[in-house]
Design a protein around this ligand. Structure first.
Ligand SMILES: [Zn+2]
Length: 492
């Protein structure tokens, strides 16, 4: 995919499609006016008849318009200018790109108006790259044809670069999640991480089964033991700031396939369980993004990688595990395995002197019951850090909602035979009792848990993104790290 900036007149640019943006209840932009003039007032007439309203996500196509060099013009509604934010830009542009990609249209030029306080160019480029990319990895006939060449009105090369980096990193996360567990399993994920680290200049450590055992990761290893695929832990480090600057740890759940173990999932719930490593994929994608963007922050990215399977050696209900931090865990449901994996990874993050920890995990169906498919749950032991995560998510238009962490919930994970157990009492509040479990492994570090069980993966397509992996929260985490680096720069 080649992406460049242009200032060629909208009427003269050679492309299969020219996209012109317009706002609702507002006069046409200069570029839309130029199209209107060249077409002898077609846009104006369509606006008068109510065909073009500028409503958010509205697409109006003019085929082979006279006076325009491109084969078609798409007028893209951006909604009301006073409602415009990154989320609105992202969804509108991604929807346009997805619609354009329904057929092979290799060259697309984008003429979007600028807006105060919203990075339209960077967000638009990123969105177009995501929108035109589908889950076609294994199909001969593509449902979406990625746009080979994009030209964007403007001359801000930094926004161009930022947009391209974010688009590539989101699509990396999506690709890793969309690949089935026959392709992405702990070893192959770790190899991808090693490859990316080498290319981007990240420090990388990969712990194999022997090392995990020497490191006393008894909780993670128990989940892995039913699979013929050996587990891995990936530890990436990016040092963009001075040694005394704070280190932020990102921790991802990487269950490359979750059968549920002996607490076996029904077939329908198992169908999409290749996506249970979305947290780890997000962490890897964000590490690639911070390295490419050269953000002045220190970040470690950790991924716990296992396959949760059944077999003669699988861990069992009633087993008592000893986690890396010494706590004992009674296993009462082998499908509550994500927290067992994260327990040991969080402990490594603490040991590596993280000043704060953010974990991402497709952790609980209960979170989806509580908040629906499109909203991630936030749970925390530190309101200040949680507010920062929520603010970054709001900036990017990725919906989140905080769930309470009252001490009473912790009563539910007390065990009669071990320090804690890996389930609550029944289903109620299951997203929170899972978070209460994780809290046992972060010591007193400021920590936010993001349950992405809903938004990480779509069962069916939306207007702006294909079904399958979404790459959710790559943008939010990059925004959070960028904000952290802005703060340290101002402070010093
Ligand atoms: Zn599970």
């Amino acid at each position: 995919m080649s992406i460049s900036l242009t200032n060629e007149p909208v009427t003269e640019i050679k492309a299969n499609v020219v996209v012109v943006g317009c706002f609702q209840d507002e006069a046409f932009s200069a570029d839309a006016q130029a199209v209107d003039a060249a077409t002898r007032g077609v846009l104006g007439r369509l606006q008068e008849s109510g065909e073009i309203t500028g409503k958010h996500g509205e697409l109006t196509t003019l085929l082979a318009p006279a006076g325009i060099a491109a084969s078609q013009v798409v007028v893209l509604g951006l909604g009301r200018r006073d409602k415009l934010d990154q989320g609105a830009v992202f969804r509108a542009v991604a929807a346009a790109a997805k619609s354009i990609a329904a057929k092979s249209r290799p060259v697309v030029a984008w003429y979007l108006p600028t807006a105060a306080n919203v990075p339209v160019l960077a967000t638009g480029i990123c969105a177009a790259m995501v929108g035109c990319q589908g889950q076609d990895l294994y199909r001969a006939e593509l449902k979406l044809n990625p746009i080979a060449e994009m030209k964007w009105r403007g001359d801000d090369t930094q926004s161009l670069e930022t947009g391209v980096i974010l688009g590539e990193c989101i699509n990396l996360a999506r690709e890793l999640v969309n690949r089935p567990s026959s392709d992405i399993y702990p070893e192959s994920f770790a190899e991808r991480a090693r490859e990316i680290a080498g290319r981007e200049g990240l420090d990388v450590e990969i712990w194999d089964k022997e090392r995990l055992s020497a490191e006393r990761c008894g909780s993670l290893l128990a989940v892995a033991q039913g699979s013929v695929r050996p587990p891995r832990m990936v530890i990436l480090r990016y040092t963009g700031s001075t040694a005394d600057a704070p280190t932020i740890a990102l921790v991802g759940k990487g269950v490359t396939f979750d059968s549920g173990g002996l607490s076996l999932k029904p077939s329908d719930s198992m169908k999409t369980m290749k996506c249970d490593m979305a947290g780890a994929a997000t962490v890897l994608a964000v590490m690639q993004a911070v390295a490419r963007l050269k953000l002045p922050v220190n970040v470690i990215g950790l991924a716990g990688l296992v396959e949760n399977m059944i077999g003669g050696n699988a861990f069992k209900l009633g087993d008592v595990l000893r986690a890396r931090n010494g706590k004992t865990i009674e296993v009462l449901n082998t499908d509550a395995e994500g927290r067992l994996v994260l327990a040991d990874v969080l402990d490594v993050a603490v040991e590596r002197k993280a000043d704060c920890i953010i974990d991402l995990a497709t952790l609980t169906g209960a979170c989806v019951v509580a908040l629906g498919n499109d909203v991630a749950g936030l749970m925390t032991n530190d309101q200040t850090l949680c507010d920062k995560v929520a603010a970054a998510a709001k900036t990017c238009g990725e919906p989140v909602w905080q769930l309470p962490m009252f001490p009473d919930y912790a009563e539910q994970i007390k065990s009669n035979v071990a320090d804690i157990k890996n389930t609550g009492d029944g289903r109620w509040g299951g997203a929170i009792t899972a978070a209460k479990f994780l809290e046992e492994f972060v010591q007193d570090k400021p920590w936010v848990h993001i349950d992405i069980a809903g938004p990480a993966f779509l069962e069916s397509a939306k207007s702006w993104i294909d079904a399958g992996a979404t790459g959710a929260f790559v943008r939010t985490l990059v925004e959070l790290l960028a904000a952290a680096s802005r703060n340290t720069t101002t402070a010093s």
